[in-house]
Design a protein around this ligand. Structure first.
Ligand code: PXL
Length: 273
């Protein structure tokens, strides 16, 4: 039997609010992919709840954690990073990727709807540019894409040629493939676009837009994309799978009146993934 694919997932663990490891672990497992977590911080809940959050930074443990994984001689089909707590953690992801030399998938989690999360300043955004330069695949939303390309945020609405040109600008920074997420093509459709620099080709998936945005959708999208890619699917097939799953999960969340801040509800859908 072929060895099951495994992914090292470098994210925080937030106890409440669906995001980061709380999404990567169940979703990858449901897809038949082993998820090996590298927890960068422990939070009581994600940072967008109005009451604030408890945050325990784990930067200090990461080098020792890596040292044991080196002794174990591990191999990964992909290294997947998401929300990172500090600039040192960005350096750690680069070091981790150099150590295990595998496909590096970076979700440059920094903000949404034109707002950068309060935990991040300009130095963090500059460092993130350095990380995406080394990545095989990046999956920014439009807020992150504009920050990374140093363009003014201009809303969530883009037509296909504007989205492609933004993806090409991102690819010039260094990543081999760019997947731009959450583009409002029009009032009724949401579009995700993947650009493959080496082939100079792009792929688009559009779905009906659910009239509510949920925390954690970016994390869920990149997780499904990662799972599909390590299972051997092509970039357009993985894009389709992630787009369709996220449509189902947001529609389910909307139909079941899930609080958007609590995160996209996907547990009952995992068996269908
Ligand atoms: O969903 C991205 C994310 C991940 N991790 C933490 C967050 C957020 C977004 O708010 O706060 C801790």
């Amino acid at each position: 039997m072929a060895k099951l694919p495994q992914v090292a997932a470098i994210h925080d663990l937030s106890g409440f609010g669906r995001c980061s490891l709380n999404i990567a672990l169940p979703v990858l497992s449901a897809m038949g992919v082993r998820c090996c977590p590298v927890p960068t911080a422990i939070l009581s809940n994600h940072t967008e709840f109005s009451v604030g959050y408890f945050f325990h930074d784990l930067t200090a443990i990461l080098d020792d954690y890596l040292a044991y994984w080196q002794k174990l001689n591990l191999q990964f089909n992909a290294i997947y990073s998401g929300f990172l707590g500090s600039e040192q953690q960005i350096e750690f992801v680069l070091k981790f990727a150099n150590t295990f030399s595998s496909t590096l998938i970076v979700d440059p989690v920094m903000g949404d709807l034109g707002q950068i999360y309060t935990t991040f300043g300009p130095d963090f955004c500059n460092k993130m540019r350095k990380l995406i330069a080394q990545a095989d695949i990046i999956t920014p939303n439009l807020t992150e894409a504009y920050v990374l390309t140093e363009h003014q945020y201009n809303g969530e609405s883009l037509n296909e040629s504007e989205a492609l040109s933004l993806a090409k600008n991102l690819a010039e920074i260094g990543p081999k493939k760019v997947v731009l997420t959450g583009i409002h093509r029009d009032d009724e459709h949401i579009l995700n676009l993947a650009f493959d620099k080496s082939q100079n080709s792009h792929y688009i998936e559009a779905v009906t837009r659910v009239p509510q945005q949920y925390n954690g959708t970016g994390d869920a999208f990149t997780t499904v994309l990662t799972g599909a890619l390590v299972l051997g699917q092509s970039l357009p097939a993985a894009l389709k799978k992630a787009t369709e799953f996220l449509y189902k999960a947001t529609k389910f969340s909307y139909d079941n009146h899930v609080d958007p801040i609590d995160g996209v509800a996907l547990e009952p859908l995992l068996k269908e993934i």
